[in-house]
Design a protein around this ligand. Structure first.
Ligand SMILES: [Zn+2]
Length: 158
């Protein structure tokens, strides 16, 4: 899935194992697995451009340093009950919940991100869904019109 110009790594994701697809108009793109993976397995190594700003689809390596991978990991969708864990120091993706063929690769954005490009309402459906997703080191942006909508719809649902 990565350009041939990248230095070879045996764990780079292969097109026969993963596919980037458009989930729906609201969520944009996601990555599905074509294979089954067991909890604890290492499923891929990541690579991409190292940048010093937060962009849509970037993943934090450390404060002030982000991976911009538009071939694979940048399209992982968020879940509050993820099926993968990202080791951003070693650029490795491991499985924390069994994955079946056709499942989306799901990460918790707050696992890697101090601050999100955009905070957003989550509809992952997990029992422990946090509802409104922020980075792990930022407060809820209450001035965000989407947050106000989210609060109103949460109140309406009770
Ligand atoms: Zn959620």
């Amino acid at each position: 899935m990565y350009p041939e110009s990248y230095e070879y790594h045996p764990l780079y994701p292969k097109p026969e194992d993963f596919e980037i697809i458009q989930k729906d108009e609201n969520s944009g793109f996601g990555v599905i697995s074509r294979k089954a993976f067991k909890k604890g397995e290492l499923i891929a190594a990541m690579n991409g451009e190292r940048i010093d700003e937060i962009r849509q689809h970037s993943l934090q390596i450390e404060p002030g340093l982000h991976l911009y991978d538009i071939h694979f990991s940048g399209y992982f969708l968020h879940s509050c009950s993820p099926n993968v864990h990202l080791d951003m120091q070693n650029m490795l993706v491991s499985v924390v919940r069994d994955i079946k063929p056709g499942d989306y690769i799901l990460m918790d954005y707050a696992q890697t991100e101090d601050v999100l490009y955009h905070q957003f309402p989550c509809s992952c459906g997990a029992a422990n869904c946090r509802g409104w997703i922020t980075g792990r080191r930022e407060a809820i942006d209450e001035s965000d019109p989407m947050y106000q909508q989210f609060v109103q719809s949460s109140v309406a649902a009770i």
